[in-house]
Every structure is written in C-alpha cells, then in structure tokens.
Design a protein. Sequence first.
Length: 256
Amino acid sequence: MLIIPTYNERDNVAQLVSRIRKAAPSESIFFVDDNSPDGTAEEIHRIQQQDRRIRLLVRKGKLGYGSACRQAMQEIVSKNLADHVIQFDADLSHPPELLPTMVALLREYPVVVGSRYVSGGGTQNWSVRRRWLSSGANLYARLLTGVPVHDMTAGFVGYQTSVLRELDLQVFRSEGYAFLMEMKFNLHQRAVSFCEFPIVFWERAGGNSKFSRKIMLEGARFPLKAFWSRVNRKRDHHPYAGVAWEPTAERGTKPT
C-alpha cells in the first residue's frame, strides 16, 4: 500500500494515479490530505469513483508530512490493511515505473530505499548548488546518525508491515525530511536490514515546494540529536546489515 501525503497537489493527482496504475495495477493507495485549499481532496474523491483501491483521509489542517505518514502507518498496521507500506511523493518526483522493483525487493528485505546516491541513481533538473547541498546533507546525516544508508533523506521508502509494528510511532515528532531520517535511524538501532536500489529523482514540474526554513532547521537538528543519543545510550552493539544495489552484466542490476 502506498502512502501519499498531499497538500495543494490537485494538478498532479490524476497523472500520478494513472502512472501508478500502469506500473502497479493492484497496489492500493492511501492519500492523506491536509485540507488542501486547491481542491486536492475533491480531485482524489473524483478518481475514487473509478478506482476503489484508493483510500483518502482528509485532516482538518496542515499538520505536516511526518504526521501524515505516521497516521497512515498506524491505521495500516492496526487494521492489517497490507503486508507492506511504501512512502511516495505526490509531486511526480518519484518514478512510479519502479514500484514493481520496490515491491519485489520488499519480499526479501524488511526496508527498501529508492536511492539517488547509489550506482545508477541521480537527479534531474537540479542546479549544481542543490546537488552539492543535498549530497552534503546526506553525508552529514550519515556520519552523525551512524546509519550507512547512502540516501538518508530518501522519501521513496518501502517497509514490511511487520517492521513497522516494532516501532512506537507515537513518539516520533519529526516533520519534513527529518522524519525520513528518524525512521531510518530508529530501524537501524533495531538492527533492521536495508536494501537500496537506484532511482532518478525528478524536480517537480508543477505546484509549489513545501520546503521551508523550519523544515531545513529540523533536518539539521535531527542528526545531532541522533548523535547524542548514540553517545549516551548504553546498549548492545548490533552490526548494520545493509545492502546496496550494484550493476551486473547478467541482470543489469541486483542487490548485493
């Protein structure tokens, strides 16, 4: 089941659902809309009339990305709605065409990350400055959190539902991409294994970015909090069991 938080994404929804259905016809979609003033929820309701595998939760205000993901995850887990959960963006940045790859890998690995920063991954329509900032932010997060996932701020992430049951999502407070790091850090602390595979991330073509100074500062603070948590916490050492996606001559790409 896909979790797709939305806020003012009306113009993207129909194209997004169309591409998802071509790639993954049977995958359920769980939209969480924060009362978008542009009519995003109404557009999703319209599409629901032809597609009963779409769920929609409309919240009373702009409560944030992290909160939307947590609430959807909690509902999926408590009601046993799916055996896997995939976070996905509404702005057409993530490639729906790679959903079959994600789903296939989730049969083998508890957490799968669609990564810009493994061999074969990348970004499109980004400035050099933005590429440097993103690469630097990921290196910073990786070093301080101790989680050797190449793309710590990746938002195209899949989880086996059994893994989410191990987390107390009520205590998570991060929003923006800090939530993405918080999830990876907490799973790594529980010795959960990861698999990364390459994606090309496209800059949004329509609508407005939700990135803000508040989100940026929260993203800078979380790795510091994680670092001090690692320093102060006395616990048994668990080796990281991550895997990255590497090219092969026989099959093009495969996890190692």
